[in-house]
Design a protein around this ligand. Sequence first.
Ligand code: 6LW
Length: 499
Amino acid sequence: MKYQNPIIPGFYPDPSAVRVNDKYYLVNSSFEYFPAIPIFESEDMINWQPIGSVLNRKSQVDLKNTYGKSGIFAPTIRYHNGVYYVVTTNANVSQGGNLVVKTTDPHTSWSTPVCIEQGGIDPSLFFDENGKSYFMSTAQKDGKDAIQASEIDLNTGKVKNSHYIWFGNGGKNLEGPHLYKIGHYYYLLASEGGTEYGHMLVVARSKNIWGPYESCPNNPILTNRNLDRYQLQGVGHGDFIQDINRKWWVVFLGFRRTVRGQFHTLGREVNLLPVEFENDWPVVGNDNNTARLEVHTNRKIAQQKSLSIVDQKSAEVGKELFFLRNPDLSKYNISSGKYILTTTTQASINNRIDSPTAIFTRQRSFKDNFSVKVDPQNTQAGITVYQESDQHYDLIVKSISVNKYQIQVRLVIGPAISVFKTVEIEKQRLQRIGISCTSGDYLLYVVTEEGRINLGKYDSRFLSTEVASNFTGVMFGMFVEPQRENGKAMFSDLIKKSE
Ligand code: 6LW
């Protein structure tokens, strides 16, 4: 049988997954986007549906001043005695630190965070047979990368009996630790090499939770660093999960290069490979410790479904729709597929402070097509293909007379902002505005009664993660400007088709 990686395409980094009875749950990093920590559910580990976000209240997370390399970092989800736990790092400058939230039903709301007194990033949890709970995170000991483990009281966030249990396999950036008890061994899965082209999964084992941990002789157990020019790159940051048939798998992140070469735009996506144990060591996949986009397995797996078309009826805040940082919800009226956005003096999509009046949804395929109807009323209203506040391509509509719209293309690439390709259209002729993607370009267009007017194709390299040097991926957005009070615009009939 076979399936295609990524199993969850689009900007969904740092996956962590858990099986509870016959369901699987998976969480991801989200950085400056709110609600934070998207959570997915699956019945077969191949097909995943978004069920919401873990941090969906400002009292849970304040993302002020965060951007694509801060905010909410790698989470871990675990289940113990009827309770789901998620630990993560809020790497916001003012609120940095690790936190834990919990719930008895991941479809509903999660608790108010409890701050954890141990530092580091990439926190994870382990519940041992002795009834104790353990907390792991990255650390530095005498200038060396280390994994720090402690006993934790999850009600208070207090830790005790801390140990540096492993110093890695020699690669840089030892991170993403996850601990498991499988058979007679404690297995510590982690990543090294950094979350770019040198990324890899490494593992160590011990018969005692505090170590000493023996590095796997076959490390790195997964890497594509030597698969030069292969599309799937940067594989690492994984989590082992045992399926209902007691077979082991690993979910891990990776990114797909565009046709432009060493550039990626979709962000780090979720991939899956089977894991077998040989001589009490995990062996990942069957391609010499590498990850392929098409996976062949003799295991029985579910039929893989294609990505759904997200339209106005099914798009929900926290599932497909997100804000930049904590939104002022008084600026939004979202109901039955209509989005009325009110301008704010606080922020625009061109800066990294506060929250602009804008709604975003992930690009999830190189062939995505995002389009919407817009009535700018007394604002400049537009759509954007957005990587960072200084990296986005916009289509902006504004009323210039009783019966005419002006439509402009705005390219923001670092310090360069150019506005051009101005066209004027009778208001009654404008039907939709849209963005059509290929791996190498973004095409901006408008649709009138007579058909589609293309307003240019623009190179995707300048919206890549490599240029941004961040941890997120491209989002499509609807926004209003300028920064003044009480401008209103309405968007409707949003359609995002991922082919
Ligand atoms: C995350 C680290 C990583 O904390 O990238 O890919 C960092 N791995 O583990 C941000 O996603």
